[in-house]
Design a protein around this ligand. Structure first.
Ligand code: AMP
Ligand code: MG
Length: 401
């Protein structure tokens, strides 16, 4: 039986990148960027006024002038006016271009306007001005040609804004993985059905779909297979052909009705490993057919979900070309003991202590069937197999939900 690190390495080995496709910006949320995004203009592209007020030449004011003739008004989106001579100022709005020759904006609250001889005047009431105030200088945040986003970036709201600003009406991203989430088991009924006393609802695929949605945009199909090898084969054949990743839950243990490994082999899926030294989820099966990956996660709900976070997530990230995220760690808040020679995935609630340290409070629950226990946690700690006593204050890898 292999260990957790080896299982992970085998899953990530030879994991192919999805091909690149171009999508309209409106559909880019949740996709993974596959081209560097460059600024086509300086940031900001012009000297941008950041306050409503008056634009003037600082040197004029410094020379002692406090009253200026207002020769015009300039709003955002208008071509800049140009004042002719010193002593002239322009009434200006946020977002407008600072007119050439002027370099300082005094906000409206510090101004007194008046009208004399058909002309408009403004008196500067502020005692202190600094040159360039209330102007966001062209190129201050970055220069045209600079890399704004790198390949491998998950496109969230801030990145969508950056893309739009840089003129990317279309953007090159990874294709969407086609993922089949497949429950197995004759005891399972639909969520809307009232189970008989010997039945349960097929919750795993819904939990998996929810977990998937936080990784990246995926095309997800939910399916169910009965515990019958011929029917399994018949159902799985087209599913295998039409998807990049299959995630099965259940049917991989040593029971009489655990047909999944055999059926997958029959369909040409090469087994890579079966069983990992871990709890929960020891019967975990993984195989490949060409560039397709098949995860056979044990059906107990805790095993299924933790298996997704521990293995499938990283696989999808690599497939999509996502920048790997830096691992998270948390400090155990109390002593914990786990004797078997297995890596233990311990559900915890991790939160920051008043000292700013990420502290994990264990919620071990009652084993892999205790799905409701996971609601107390926001992730799990990975406790290494060589150890059986885990003292309070020691730090372990944390996998967030
Ligand atoms: P198995 O791995 O098929 O032996 O299933 C282990 C346990 O998990 C059994 O008690 C199953 O009823 C349960 N189980 C399997 N699949 C699901 C599912 N989709 N939703 C909830 N429980 C499941
Ligand atoms: Mg089963």
């Amino acid at each position: 039986m292999i260990g957790v690190a080896e299982a992970e390495a085998l899953i990530l080995k030879d994991c192919l990148l999805l091909p690149i496709t171009a999508v309209p910006l409106e559909l880019a949320l949740g996709r993974v960027l596959r081209e560097p995004v460059l600024a086509d203009r300086d940031l900001p592209p012009f000297d941008r006024v950041t306050m409503d007020g008056i634009a003037l030449a600082f040197d004029d004011w410094q020379a002692g002038r406090t009253k200026f003739e207002v020769i015009g008004q300039q709003r955002a989106g208008q071509l800049p006016l140009s004042p002719g001579i010193s002593g002239q100022a322009i009434e200006i709005m946020t977002g407008a271009v600072c007119p050439p020759g002027l370099d300082t904006v005094v906000r409206r609250e510090d101004l007194l306007f008046s009208e004399e001889k058909g002309k408009k005047w403004v008196e500067i009431q502020a005692k202190v001005l600094s040159k360039g105030q209330n102007i966001h200088e062209a190129g201050y945040d970055g220069r045209a040609g600079m890399v704004l986003l790198e390949e491998g970036q998950l496109l969230r709201a801030p990145e969508i804004g950056v893309l739009a600003s840089a003129g990317y009406a279309k953007v090159r991203v990874s294709g969407v993985p086609r993922v089949a989430l497949i429950s197995t088991g004759d005891e399972l009924v639909e969520v809307h059905q009232m189970p008989l006393p010997h039945q349960i609802r097929r919750s795993n695929v819904f939990a998996l779909a929810a977990a998937l949605s936080s990784v990246a945009a995926c095309e997800v199909s939910l399916l169910h297979l009965p515990d019958e090898p011929q029917a399994m084969r018949d159902h799985l054949r087209p599913v295998l052909a039409g998807h990049d990743v299959l995630i099965l839950s259940g049917g991989v243990s040593a029971g009489e009705a655990d047909y999944v490994p055999r059926v997958l082999s029959d369909l040409g899926v090469q087994p890579v490993f079966h069983k990992v030294r871990q709890r929960p989820g020891k019967p975990f099966w993984f195989g490949r057919k060409e560039d397709k990956a098949v995860f056979g996660l044990p059906g107990n709900p805790v095993s299924t979900l933790l298996g997704f976070y521990r293995y499938v997530q990283a696989f999808l990230g690599q497939r999509l070309g996502l920048h790997p995220v830096a691992p998270a760690y948390a400090r155990l808040s109390e002593d914990f003991t786990f004797a078997p020679q297995l890596t233990y995935f311990l559900p915890v609630w991790a939160s920051s202590s008043p000292e700013g340290i990420y502290e994990a409070r264990p919620f071990p629950g009652h084993g892999s069937g205790d799905y409701a226990n996971l609601r107390w946690g926001n992730g799990f700690l990975e406790l290494p197999e060589e150890q059986s006593y885990f003292p309070a204050g020691t730090v372990y890898r944390f996998w967030p939900f």
